[in-house]
Design a protein around this ligand. Structure first.
Ligand code: HEC
Ligand code: HEC
Length: 377
């Protein structure tokens, strides 16, 4: 977890947020004044729209800056131990590479892997099982959950923040008033919305630059949309998701091998709908920045992108409810490397390192031997 570094950076980050907010406020005032001067007194309401647009844009930027500062501020938790960045590292696509399941306040792993927050879906539901209908609902979860930040209420968070004049100033610029629980959530949601994949080789390719993908990645794309069948669920519309829930065998496999720490594994979508058909169905994740966030899957049970590709090529973990869209396909080592190259072109280069905080399974679904490093691509 990176909480120590976020503590160290907090004052600097807040000063930056306040400075950004002040600059925006100045621009806001200037823009409004210019708009007023430029607007004859007898205008119709609709002519005043440009001034209003400027106001909205500047306010949005101030709210984003506030949300960004809040995200990494350990004062979000009463004991100062957790910020959002503890489990969603801003320097690692807002996931926590190398950790299968993040640790909660009790020091034990949570039930699921913290996903990257890059390129969140425009609409919910959020979480692996779709348990949060909106982003605002999801943001409240870690703030209040007993085993995460454990705040008594959102008002308690706001009260704590109100003790710092810099923080209050940033709220005033963004919202015209000091911290409230609702404003904390609004700012965090605005920040989450702003986290989009930067122009990756794949984005440049989609925009028409046919040379943007390496030959290996281009072959990988052909496999992804063709024989490997990945694009049936990870749509090639830039989002790499379909907004649906599928049984890819991961949750079923996990149910046969409960966590060594005794925590009940997630059974997927059924927890939300109660429908037996939804047992083991998990939301299709977008793959933006996927190369930066091993290990993979909702339980963090697959160590590398190469292992993910081999898992799918073997037809997933066979069982009655497995999605008919998951079927074995033939690959040689070059095909696997090509698919991995394509996934890397979608965002990020595979990091290497230690794995902890959970149990990574091998191709047979058994715990892997202790891992020291992800395999080289
Ligand atoms: C202790 C670790 C931890 C902390 C702290 C934490 N999260 Fe998470 N976060 C997770 C885990 C684990 C999940 C996956 C939950 C699930 O779907 O089962 C998650 C899921 C999410 C999601 C859903 C993403 C998606 O694709 O549906 C969002 C959004 C999110 N977190 C935002 C935040 C914000 C904002 C904060 C700070 C207020 C925060 N998280 C704090 C561990 C954490
Ligand atoms: C039937 C729909 C479906 C198909 C086909 C499919 N996926 Fe997935 N994919 C999913 C779902 C659902 C998950 C989440 C599973 C989980 O977390 O347990 C997932 C997870 C992943 C992940 C892990 C992402 C993360 O952040 O943990 C990667 C990588 C991935 N898929 C790549 C592929 C590739 C490559 C193919 C083709 C060989 C493919 N998928 C085919 C639905 C599908």
């Amino acid at each position: 977890m990176s909480q120590r570094s976020s503590v160290a950076c907090a004052p600097r980050r807040w000063r930056a947020a306040v400075a950004a907010a002040r600059r925006l406020a100045v621009r806001l005032v200037v823009a409004s004044a210019v708009a007023l001067i430029a607007t004859p007194s007898a205008v119709r309401a609709s002519d005043a729209a440009p001034a209003q647009t400027t106001v909205t844009t500047s306010t949005t930027a101030a709210i984003n800056a506030l949300g960004e500062a809040l995200f990494s501020d350990p004062r979000l938790s009463p004991d100062g131990r957790f910020s959002c960045a503890s489990c969603h590292r801003p320097d690692a696509a807002f996931a926590e590479p190398g950790v299968a399941r993040q640790r909660g306040r009790d020091g034990l792993p949570l039930a699921t892997n913290a996903p990257s927050l890059i390129g969140l879906a425009p609409r919910g539901p959020f979480r692996h099982d779709g348990g949060a209908p909106t982003l605002a609902a999801q943001v409240v979860v870690p703030l209040l959950a007993d085993n995460e930040m454990a705040n008594r209420s959102l008002a308690a968070v706001a009260e704590r923040l109100a003790g710092d004049p810099d923080v209050v100033a940033a709220f005033i610029v963004a919202f015209g008033g000091g911290p409230t629980g609702e404003r904390v959530v609004t700012a965090l949601v605005a920040h989450l919305r702003s986290l989009q994949a930067q122009a990756t080789p794949y984005d440049r390719f989609r925009a028409g630059d046919r040379t943007a993908l390496s030959p290996a990645a281009a072959r990988g794309l052909a496999l992804f949309r063709g024989p490997a069948g990945c694009a049936a669920c990870h749509l090639l519309d830039g989002s790499f998701r379909d907004g649906r829930f599928h049984d890819t065998g991961i949750a079923a496999r996990r149910s046969r091998r409960p966590f060594p720490d005794g925590l009940r594994p997630s059974e997927g979508r059924i927890a939300v709908t109660g429908q037996p058909a939804d047992r083991y169905r998990v939301r299709t994740p977008g793959l933006r920045a996927v190369a930066l966030t091993p290990p993979y899957m909702h339980d963090g049970s697959i160590r590398s992108l190469e292992a993910v590709v081999r898992y799918y090529a073997a037809g997933g973990a066979a069982h009655a409810g497995l999605s008919p869209l998951i079927a074995p396909f033939a690959v040689d080592d070059r095909d696997v490397a090509d698919l991995v190259a394509f996934l890397e072109a979608v965002g990020g280069e595979t990091p290497r390192g230690e794995f902890s905080g959970g149990e990574v399974l091998n191709a047979e679904g058994r715990p892997s031997a202790p891992v020291s490093a992800a395999p080289a691509e």
